[in-house]
Design a protein around this ligand. Structure first.
Ligand code: SAM
Length: 383
């Protein structure tokens, strides 16, 4: 087989492992190589040619990998090094020529066709490349992402990885994300990082002001809009807000309400953390839900981040109560209950031994998790 010169250049020169680094590949040349491989008549010939190709791709020390020669004709495609090598090695390990050809065709498709589920930018023809996206229902984060404008100053904030994961799964670039319990602005900072527009509502004016300053510190390379509104999400005029911004609907709603009275966020009686009882808290949550969700596009997602609480020797399953509050509305389908590890608050960390002792005495377990409840709004055909 005539050996084609296709050059691939390492696209990002960060300290990532070679496997997760991105190659910039001359697409038409790689397609030509794949066509030549497809034309081979025996499996043995094909395996030799593949081994040859792979050995030319392995050159971790250099910025330009092997013989993949870019002609700078603009016909380039980005591809994760690990993904390309994995696909080639899978083809090399096949036992039949038919199977090898099937994988070669699949790789060609991955280079030329985009397949999405229309609610995100994930190219399903290249799904193996999306290492970052979690698909399991147990999320364990060792540490919070503190990159960019994320500062972690706000007691009761969530880790930026939560809105990030939700946006990657449930939105496309340019979509609108609505967060009615904005707090320190974590969602809007992630919006800027990922190229999504966002509106956040926060009841506490001082917190909203601080959030605004923080969000503004995050570079806005995708030129998205990230607006903050001060108000009570149960009463804010979302119709007017959306009309002013020429938005039809939001494509994702992320709700991270207070976990009832665990943290008192303000003295405002409309603040959910000021609810006089769990029932009252659920009623207030329901009012926000009813005011917000008409502005979520049908078929799109609502994510609720919530933890349980402990009161007078009893575990209060706020998470399940809140889930029920959404489901009884009848217009949402429960898609997932994600359990996420819970960072210890500084106060709890200092009292770790004491909490362990209390747990042993009281017959309960110390909270180490919270929930991310995922609902799809009914209305459109199932995707
Ligand atoms: C758990 S915190 C959200 C933290 C946020 N995810 C972050 O990363 O900073 C809940 C927030 O909701 C706000 N809040 C409570 N009741 C509200 C209401 N009725 N309308 C709008 N915001 C409210 C609180 O002031 C608090 O900042």
């Amino acid at each position: 087989m005539k050996r084609e010169k296709i050059q691939a250049t390492l696209f990002d020169s960060s300290e990532q492992t070679l496997k997760s680094r991105t190659l910039l590949i001359n697409k038409s040349k790689l397609l030509e190589v794949l066509d030549n491989l497809l034309a081979l008549e025996s499996l043995q010939e094909l395996k030799i040619a593949l081994r040859d190709l792979r050995s030319h791709l392995v050159s971790p020390d250099r910025d330009t990998i092997g013989v993949l020669n870019i002609d700078s004709n603009g016909d380039t495609v980005e591809m994760k090094y690990g993904y390309l090598m994995g696909e080639l090695s899978q083809i090399e390990q096949t036992l039949t020529l038919e199977r090898a050809r099937y994988y070669l065709e699949r790789l060609k498709k991955a280079l030329t066709e985009i397949k999405t589920n229309r609610i995100n930018d994930i190219n399903l023809n290249r799904w193996k490349e999306y290492d970052e996206i979690i698909t399991d229902s147990l999320w364990v984060f060792d540490k919070r992402d503190t990159s960019g404008a994320h500062l972690a100053w706000y007691w009761g904030n969530f880790v930026p990885q939560i809105p990030r994961q939700l946006m990657l799964r449930y939105t496309k670039k340019g979509d609108w994300v609505l967060d009615p319990f904005l707090g320190s602005g974590t969602t809007l900072i992630e919006c800027r990082k990922l190229g999504r527009n966002g509106i956040g509502v926060e009841i506490n004016p001082e917190v909203a002001k601080r959030a605004e300053q923080l969000v503004a510190r995050e570079p806005n390379k995708f030129r998205v809009k990230t607006d903050i509104v001060i108000g009570d999400s149960a009463q804010v005029d979302f119709r007017g807000l959306f009309r002013e911004r020429h938005i039809a609907k939001a494509q994702l709603v992320i709700m991270h309400p207070p976990y009832h009275d665990i943290i008192a966020f303000s003295d405002d009686p409309r603040d959910l953390s000021r609810a006089s009882s769990v029932d009252e808290f659920l009623k207030m949550f329901g009012r926000v839900l009813d005011n917000v969700t008409p502005f979520l596009e049908d078929g799109r997602y609502l994510g609720v981040v919530i933890g349980d609480k402990y009161s007078k020797g009893e575990w209060i399953p706020l998470g399940f109560y809140v889930m029920n509050e959404v489901l009884t509305r009848g217009n949402f389908v429960l898609k997932s209950i994600v359990v996420k590890n819970f960072e210890e608050t500084r106060a709890k960390r200092n009292q770790k031994e004491l909490w362990r002792y209390r747990a042993l005495v009281g017959g309960f377990y110390v909270f180490k998790h919270e929930y991310i409840l995922l609902f799809r709004k009914k209305g459109r055909k199932k995707r």
